[in-house]
Design a protein around this ligand. Structure first.
Ligand SMILES: Nc1nc2c(ncn2[C@@H]2O[C@H](COP(=O)(O)OP(=O)(O)OP(=O)(O)O)[C@@H](O)[C@H]2O)c(=O)[nH]1
Ligand SMILES: [Mg+2]
Length: 253
């Protein structure tokens, strides 16, 4: 498969990822960092490409999951990918891992390559190296863990230092199902997100609350950025999220 046209980046911005040239070890959508070629460029919707999970896609983006250890990054990704919840023993991620998923957004097949990072401090230098290639970041805290919430500021500082200036960023308060153990109110999350001007929602990898929506919203924003028709209205991530949550009868005033 030939490599698609490369788009020159403006300022520090990176374009979406072109289709993979090599297929790595074949079938698995789950992989190890660095097994897929990294290149930039728009993959034209009329010329779909084949992902290494065997699915066609039109355009591809990298999404990175960040936040303290134990906030539920891996569980949320597993729920999104496989619809299952990893209950029981907590196996902390080592370094970085990724999974692919292709979403159909208004007839456009958007491939998300989702990078699941280790929250543990000792892996910080590893994850920092991946920020600059990310088109979107999902920043997690755990609503049952105040420290993970307090650390959001430090994560934002790190993001501003290492990520692209126009990276799509969303704050997620995970474990919203754990009502008895909750120590961070939804309003506190909303307030913090407003302060920093980032979209926000609460999620649960256990119940599946807003899991699909978190990734779909980001995919829509990214797709809109590269494939927007001149006549199309501007896409507002937080407005979209609010509307979707409202129509699902969920979790918004
Ligand atoms: N109740 C509840 N528990 C969750 C949820 N998400 C994750 N957990 C639990 O939280 C623990 C940590 O989840 P992980 O997904 O491994 O956390 P992580 O953020 O990937 O952690 P690192 O890989 O160390 O960065 C596990 O014991 C999960 O079962 C959730 O939405 N609700
Ligand atoms: Mg993990």
């Amino acid at each position: 498969m030939s490599r698609k046209k490369t788009v020159k980046s403006k300022n520090r911005t990176k374009g979406p990822t072109a289709s993979p040239k090599s297929k790595g070890n074949g079938k698995g959508a789950k992989g190890t960092a660095g097994t897929e070629p990294q290149s930039n460029g728009v993959v034209h919707p009329s010329r779909p490409s084949l992902s290494n999970s065997g699915e066609f896609y039109d355009v591809a983006f990298k999404v990175m999951l960040v936040g303290d250890s134990g906030v539920g990054k891996t569980c949320l990704l597993v729920h999104f990918k496989d619809g299952a919840f990893l209950a029981g023993s907590f196996i902390s991620t080592v370094g970085i891992d990724f999974r692919n998923k292709v979403l159909n957004i208004d007839g456009v097949k958007v491939k998300l390559q989702i990078w699941d990072t280790a929250g543990q401090e000792r892996f910080r230098s590893v994850t920092q190296a991946y920020y600059r290639d990310a088109h979107a970041l999902l920043l997690f805290y755990d609503v049952t863990n105040k420290t993970s919430f307090d650390n959001i500021q430090d994560w934002l500082t790190e993001i501003h230092e290492y990520a692209q200036q126009d990276v799509v960023l969303m704050l997620l308060g995970n474990k919203a199902d754990a009502t008895h153990d909750r120590v961070v109110k939804r309003e506190e999350g909303e307030k913090l997100a407003k302060e920093y001007g980032v979209p926000f929602m609460e999620t649960s990898a256990k119940s599946g609350l807003n899991v699909e929506l978190a990734f779909t919203a980001v995919a829509r924003e990214l797709k809109h950025r590269v494939l927007k028709e001149p006549s199309e209205p501007q896409f507002h991530l937080q407005d979209y999220v609010n509307k979707e949550m409202k129509s699902a009868g969920c979790c918004r005033p």
